[in-house]
Structures are given as C-alpha cells and as structure tokens.
Write a protein that binds this ligand. Sequence first.
Ligand code: NAP
Length: 311
Amino acid sequence: MAHKIAIVGVGKIARDQHIPTLAANDDFELVATASRNAGVDGVDRFEDLGALLKARPDVTCVSLCTPPHARYDDARLALESGKHLMIEKPPGATLSEVHDLEALAIDRGLVFYSTWHSRHAASVSAAKAWLAERTIRSLEVRWKEDVRFWHPGQEWIWEAGGLGVFDPGINALSVLTEIYPRGLFLRQAELQFPENRDTPIAADLTFRDPGGAQVSAQFDWLKDGPPEWDMHIETDGGYALLSEGGARLTIDGVEVDARRGPELQGEYPALYARFAELLARGEREVDLSPMRHVADAFTLGRRKVVAPFHW
Ligand code: NAP
C-alpha cells in the first residue's frame, strides 16, 4: 500500500519537482499540504502542519520543502507526532539542530532522510567510480549562476540562515563530498557580503586534501547567461569535466554515457525511490558533510563587503 505523505511548503521546488514526482510514484500518495499561501488541486490543504496532522492522522510521512531556517519546528513536530521525515537541502539553519532531529528520530524509531538531490545527477556515480581508481592532482569547482534568474524574489536567501550563495553552493559540496575518495577540510575562505544583505553573494574556498591535491571552489551569484555548475578534475589518468550540475561527464574531451545507471530516472524520482527504500528498511540517512564545509566557511572565512544587492 502507498505511503500517505504530506508536503510542507508549496513553493518553487515543491511545484517544480516534488509534486510531479509524487504523482508518478506508486509508493506514495500525496494526501495533504501545509502552506500559508498555496495548495495543490485535489489535495487537502492546511495552513500549517499542526492543523494538517490533527485533521489527517492517516498521514505517515512528511516531506519538508520550506527554506532551511524555517524548517526545524515542523521537523520536530512531524517526528514527535510519529511521522517519518524527508527534508530538502540544506538540511537546516545549523548543524546542531539537525543533530537534534536525528537524535529524536533515533529515539522514536522513525525514518529521517536528509536529501542531497545533486548527488543523484546522471553522471555523479560515474565520476565517483572513475576517480576511485586514479590519483587526483587538482579539482576546481566553479558554481556560478544568476541569482535573479534562479531565485527570483526569494528574500529568505538573504536572511541569516538562508545561506546566500551557499544555497546553490551546497549542491556542489554535496557532489564533491560524494565523489571525492577521502575527507577534505577547509583551509581558507573569502566570503563577499553585499553591504545591504546578511548572507554572501560570492565565495572562494580552498580546501586541504591530506592526499596532497589542490582543491578549490568558486561560488558566484552574479553570473550573466547560462549557469556554470562544473568541476574540473586533473588526475594521473586524465582530465575529467563533470558539468551541468553533475549531469554530464567528459574524460579527456570524450563524453561518458551516463544513460545506463539508476540515475536515469532523474534527481527527484531517485530521492523518493531512496525514501521508499529507507521506509521499507526502517533506516535513516543523514550525511551532514556538505553542510559542515559551509559552517566551516562561515567560521573561517574572511568577510569582504561588496556593492549592495537589489533585485
Ligand atoms: P520558496 O519557493 O521560496 O519557499 C518554499 C515555500 O516555503 C514558500 O513558498 C512558503 O510557502 C514556505 N515558507 C515557510 N516559511 C517560509 C519562510 N520563512 N520564508 C519563505 N518561505 C517560507 O523556496 P524553494 O525554492 O522552493 O526552496 C525551498 C527549499 O528547497 C530550500 O531549502 C532550497 O534550497 C531547496 N531547493 C530549491 C530548489 C530550487 O530550484 N528552487 C532546488 C532544489 C532544492 P507559504 O508562503 O505558502 O507558506
């Protein structure tokens, strides 16, 4: 029987991905939404999760699609109400609050899935397998996009806890931590804050790889035109370009055909397939390594004030 699931936060990502993905997945039935200003045709609609859980006690799973700094109270309420939980990236406003949620899920014996959609991009697993057999000399992340195009009018990204350019940047870090064959840690960072905003608009990160490779990342939210979501990787066995957010891989200029693996299904279908698997096994999946690098960048980073940002 399908898991009865509720979505909280009917905004851009819920509409673009979660709702169509659930409609095509027989493991789940979307039975209710909690959102102040929006709903889904034909689905019970509530303004907040508390009202939803009272009216629909048959809901067994909750998927949170709200911004990270507006998520903790709903996450705790869902778990305290005995519901299995899946959350969007970034997993929260702080590492500690996510640890707190994980401990609660363990205590209650509930599934808790902290998702990283970019890890399911079509060529990520191929890149990981290729790197596992080579010595990396350098890896450069370039994650640059036009904030006005990709986040139109989203004020929360500029609020403390909204993470600014690390909202897309954490996608790059989720791929990096997935494909890199060992742990990295941040050595140096510069974060550029618009003088009228609380979160950065650009960041330069330099990592320390105990294995000796040069690893760096540039995040930029003021790039005109098409986005650049790329990783350039030099190894002892060739040069790899993982591009389009992990969707394409070329090795020494030759395209690697990714259209064979399970990733073919798409990032969000893969996330809900994984959630169904975790539910069947009664397991949790919470990897905070991408967010740890973000927290380290805010701890270690030099702050540079730049021109004000206006939409
Ligand atoms: P969004 O559309 O701005 O927000 C989602 C919804 O959350 C809003 O429509 C709002 O619905 C509700 N909400 C509750 N508290 C809020 C608050 N304090 N501020 C703003 N909205 C609040 O954002 P989104 O782009 O869908 O992103 C949501 C999460 O998904 C983020 O963590 C983001 O990183 C992640 N994500 C986004 C994308 C993307 O392409 N946009 C891609 C992948 C992942 P009501 O007003 O109806 O309550």
